[in-house]
Design a protein around this ligand. Structure first.
Ligand code: ATP
Length: 393
């Protein structure tokens, strides 16, 4: 079994920087797990500790049930694929792919067989006698993968392997990586800062921020039940909208109007507020797709608030449209909301009235610069504690 377990793993660099703070994560045999988060959150350091390229300061790392904290990288039986590919320019594809096996003094016919098998899987057979300079970016990337595959390691570790490719090729390679991992069934830990890549590739995704794992879950879990404002803002594109709200006499006063919580929300609010009277502020999150043009026939009979906005910008994408507008609501009170919003790359929450983006049906006749009535699916709202940033759910 090649399960990988991080048990309260911490990494502090000699200069005192805490790069990974008490990370616990269990990756099961054959699983494809993504580490995602903004630059500097500790993704690569985590991967390097699994590879054995960085020491672990405290905590335990187990691979296949065995503690490997002090095991040399070469004895861990895992293969790493880097962003830079790290191919040897003077060697042919065949030599590059077989290099690790040659180093391990495997017999020539075995090396040839494994290289040819991997080349077939990766569609590189025709290019085996070329040098890296004669290949496209995508092909080089595949050679780097091939080099990892021929070793039949217990696990693959991939650090942003697609980030040197252009956008179109990246999408294409994404499906190839996915197919490859399905086919080989090898435990894979994959680092990216791109949330779309994380959501489309992984069985499970671990979201990191400032060295801490914020949440681990399937893409669907992260999307529909984000544990924190940070995860909610980081996962999903366009990002979730956040607005300040107050809870008064059991009702939510929001920039979209007064919302009567449904049963689920009422339970959450009661649990959080302890039944206390008086206004208490919180953060409400609404995903772009939970808004709709209130004038549409299919929306007319739906319950829930309607509110009028002036659409600043309307982007028509064909299948749907994005409407951008501002609602009056003032500053959201959250301890570090500004930082959260910045890390997550979401709208600048703390600097004034919240900016909102709504995803509308393509048939909507809403126009830029004009007033529009929108409807909000309030059952789908997320409620966050402004002090801790945690989802009440
Ligand atoms: P990126 O996406 O930019 O590669 P990352 O999430 O992979 O970022 P890491 O490379 O793991 O982040 O770095 C985590 C933190 O540790 C960062 O603040 C970084 O500056 C710091 N760091 C990394 N390597 C060292 C080192 N050798 N000495 C001191 N600090 C380091």
């Amino acid at each position: 079994m090649a399960d990988i377990v991080l048990d309260h793993v911490t990494k502090r660099f000699p200069d005192g920087r805490l790069a990974v703070d008490d990370a616990s994560l269990s990756i099961t045999d054959g699983e494809f797990v993504i580490l995602v988060g903004p630059s500097g959150c500790g993704k690569s350091t985590t991967l390097n500790m699994i590879a054995g390229l960085e020491d672990i300061t405290t905590g335990e790392l187990r691979i296949g049930g065995k503690m490997v904290n002090d095991l040399a990288p070469k004895d861990r039986d895992i293969a790493m694929v880097f962003q830079s590919y790290a191919l040897y320019p003077h060697m042919t594809v065949r030599k590059n792919m077989g290099f690790a096996l040659a180093l391990a003094k495997r017999p020539k016919d075995e090396i040839n067989r494994k290289v040819e098998e991997a080349a077939q899987v990766l569609d590189l057979t025709e290019h085996l006698d070329r040098k890296p300079a004669q290949l496209s970016g995508g092909q080089r990337q595949r050679v780097a993968m091939g080099r990892a595959i021929v070793r039949s390691p217990k696990a693959f570790l991939m650090d942003e392997p697609l980030s040197n490719l252009d956008a179109k090729l990246r999408v294409q390679m994404r499906t190839e990586v996915s197919r490859l991992q399905n086919r080989l069934g090898t435990t894979t830990v994959y680092v990216t800062h791109d949330q779309t890549e994380a959501m489309t590739l992984g069985d499970r995704v671990a979201v990191l921020r400032s060295g801490r794992i914020q949440q681990v879950g399937t893409p669907t879990e992260l999307y529909s039940r984000p544990a924190t404002v940070f995860v909610a803002g980081f996962i999903g594109s366009p990002a979730m909208n956040f607005v300040p709200a107050t809870l008064e006499e059991g009702e939510l006063r929001t920039p979209f109007g007064t919302i009567t919580p449904d049963d689920r929300q009422r339970r959450l609010l009661e649990g959080w507020n302890g039944g206390a009277a008086g206004g208490r502020s919180l953060i409400v999150g609404a995903r772009p797709e939970h808004f709709e043009d209130a004038a549409l026939e299919q929306v007319k009979d739906r319950p829930g608030p309607r509110f009028t906005v002036t659409v600043d910008v309307l982007e028509r994408l064909g299948s749907d449209s994005y409407a951008y507008f501002t609602v009056a609501g003032g500053r959201a009170r959250a301890a570090d909301l500004e930082e959260l919003a910045h890390d997550a790359g979401t709208v600048d929450l703390a600097s004034g009235d919240p900016q909102i983006v709504a995803r509308l049906d393509a048939v909507s006749r809403i126009r830029e610069g004009e007033n529009a009535e929108l409807w909000l699916d309030t059952d789908q709202l997320h409620l966050f504690d402004p002090d801790t940033g945690r989802n009440l759910d």
